[in-house]
Design a protein around this ligand. Structure first.
Ligand code: MN
Length: 456
């Protein structure tokens, strides 16, 4: 039987390089703003491998999932089928426990200043690890969770973790707090993007994210037990930090968020790291906040969640997109071929329920290209009437990231806009006019020589 090749960060980088979608930067780069500045300038371009980092022997990669096409590549599917992949992911193969793995090639003590941890934005609290998956077990149920959390570096041994309240890591932390114990954690950095996207998926509590990763990758994920710990991690991770989280020890943290605005200051729990497991010549993965990579890794799993929720109520929904202008988090567009005039409003309500951070939902007809902001505005301009197709919900719980929301009460107003054509007016009134044969015209056969270069 043919063995499936291992999928890890390195195999993904090879795939990118073969496609001409990896740039290697050999010039020495500083971790203080310069690396982040280059990431910003190259956002949306090919992925970047920084081979020469000032102050660290490790290389840094960034921008792995900088386009929807590369998200599709990571999930082994075309980008149009990403959400079908997520719908099936929970049925993926269980992770396979192996005795050995490349991540165990080197085991040693940690000095965080040896790692290439960048200082990204002007007003961030300090250098941050941004691609980190934190694995922890709930002390009562023993269920192991894996989720993505940013980590602020305090000194050579200590990190502050942004553990979003109510999510699964927080659930483990609160259980540890109530039982008066500390929490063992394993922090994986540098994994195949499908593992990151599984960890970013807000699966129900108790679902094993590593099984979802197997579902997304199309084969079981290989895992190993961490020495001296009951946690398991992907066996091909570039590095894993082992440590303990003290729910009672809190430090301040704040950094740039998905919206490219600064998050507000909070006190969050401290992790003390003891050991580092690493491959030979490990590659560190940095995700620039609010970059396309950040937004796709966060938003594509959420789009899947919204699509599943809305389809449950309105099966005719064709596509859901979190828009880039809405920071891939606050604004959704739903495309559907409605059968009844009331369906778009049901779709609006189910989308708002499926993704509580959602603030604005547009529903458009099947002929609108939802990847084009002008097409969405066209639907709004030509098919929308505010007096009966606008839904306003006041005082709902929204995203804490949105600076215009009520920051004290954590409430926000939400709107739904049904920009589908009303069924009482014949469809041909809304049709976009076409010129027969327009696509068959070969321009270069008509244009003078000097104009040919202008039109393809
Ligand atoms: Mn979970």
């Amino acid at each position: 039987m043919k063995r499936e090749p291992v999928k890890d960060l390195r195999s993904f980088l090879l795939q990118l390089e073969e496609r001409g979608e990896l740039i290697r930067i050999r010039k020495k780069v500083s971790l203080k703003y310069e690396l982040a500045g280059l990431e910003k300038r190259l956002d949306g371009a090919p992925a970047v491998l920084f081979e020469n980092i000032d102050g660290s022997s490790m290389a840094v990669v960034s921008g792995l999932c900088g386009s929807r096409e590369r998200v599709g590549l990571a999930l082994n599917t075309s980008f149009e089928s990403i959400h079908e992949r997520y719908a099936q992911a929970h049925l993926g193969a269980k992770p396979q426990l192996t005795k050995d793995g490349p991540v165990l090639e080197k085991i040693g003590n940690v000095k965080l200043s040896d790692l290439p941890i960048p200082l990204h934005f002007e007003k961030d609290a300090g250098p941050y690890i941004t691609s980190s998956i934190i694995f922890a077990r709930n002390p009562k149920s023993n269920y192991q969770n894996g989720s993505v959390h940013r980590l602020r570096v305090l000194d050579n041994k200590r990190l502050v973790v942004r553990a979003v309240e109510g999510r699964h890591l927080d659930n483990c932390i609160q259980t540890a707090k109530n039982t008066g114990t500390e929490l063992d954690v394993a922090i994986a950095i540098g994994v195949h993007p499908a593992i990151l996207m599984a960890a970013a998926y807000q699966a129900p509590l108790g679902t094993d994210e590593m099984q979802i990763a197997g579902g997304l990758m199309g084969g079981p994920l290989s895992i190993v037990k961490c020495p001296g710990s009951n946690l398991v991690v992907p066996s091909h991770a570039e590095m894993v930090l082992l440590g303990t989280l003290d729910p009672e020890q809190l430090e301040e943290e704040y950094m740039t968020e998905m919206l490219a605005t600064y998050d507000y200051k909070r006190l969050q729990p401290v992790i003390t790291v003891r050991k580092i497991l690493q491959r030979k010549h490990p590659i560190f993965h940095d995700i620039l906040a609010a970059s396309r990579e950040h937004r796709f890794i966060m938003s594509v799993p959420v789009e899947s969640k919204i699509l599943a929720g809305v389809r449950n109520t309105v099966p005719s929904v064709e596509e859901v997109r979190l828009t880039e202008g809405g920071c891939s988090w606050l604004v959704a567009v739903i495309k559907m071929k409605k059968k009844y005039d009331g369906e778009p409003k049901n779709a609006i309500l189910s989308a708002l329920t499926a993704h509580p951070s959602l603030k604005i939902v547009y529903v458009v007809d099947h002929d609108i290209d939802i990847s084009d902001p002008n097409a969405i505005e066209f639907a709004l301009a030509t098919r929308f009437q505010a007096d009966d197709r606008l839904v306003v919900i006041q005082g709902a719980k929204g995203s804490s990231l949105d600076p215009s929301s009520n920051q004290a009460k954590r409430t926000t107003s939400k709107i739904g806009i049904d920009a589908t054509a009303p069924m009482s007016i014949p469809w041909d009134r809304f049709e976009t006019a076409k010129i027969p044969g327009v696509d068959q015209i070969i321009l270069k056969n008509y244009l003078p020589k000097e104009a040919k270069g202008l039109f393809q």
